[in-house]
Design a binder for this molecule. Sequence first.
Ligand SMILES: [Zn+2]
Length: 210
Amino acid sequence: MILETFPVGPLQCNCTILGDEEAHEAIVIDPGDEVSRIARRLRELGLKLKQILVTHAHIDHVGGALRLKQLTGAPIFFNENDVPLLKMMESQAGWIGIPTPETAPPDENLSEGLIVGLDRYPAEVIHTPGHTQGSVCLHIPSLKMLIAGDTLFAGSIGRTDLPGGNYPQIIDSIQTRLMLLSDETKVLPGHGPATTIGNERNGNPFLQPE
Ligand SMILES: [Zn+2]
């Protein structure tokens, strides 16, 4: 198993390459920027890109997806509830002062319960609206791992003041969906350091009882 997570772009979105060195296949999650670096790393590892998975359609997560598709031929998956955010790509680029990337609707809807990813390490889609309406997390039971996008961070949660954000909804998504996972489940958030479900259940200030 190959697992590499590295921050890309001005907002340092965590991009993840998950690869199977025997099948020579990989998925890339959240290629927000630095697409040539991601493509070069896939080539170095000798991995063919199978799917581009995007946790939500904020520019720092989706910005490089179309270019990576053009370079590799891999299909783009994200939740269709985030398609409206594509129309706001220019204003999203304005927020952080970068050129507007070309984007496109998903080839496949990353819908609740869908199984995606590698044959050996399948990932189940958990729809967790709140940061955006189309935010999803990817649970990979065989690796006891959750790719959390901007829903859950180490010691924090995703912001809900941007278009499509909803605070009660993100809390509900985390409490009723993510907190069902076991304490030892490793969490790879969309920004910042990794954590575990147990650490967040016990210490995340947004998740403690009143
Ligand atoms: Zn975001």
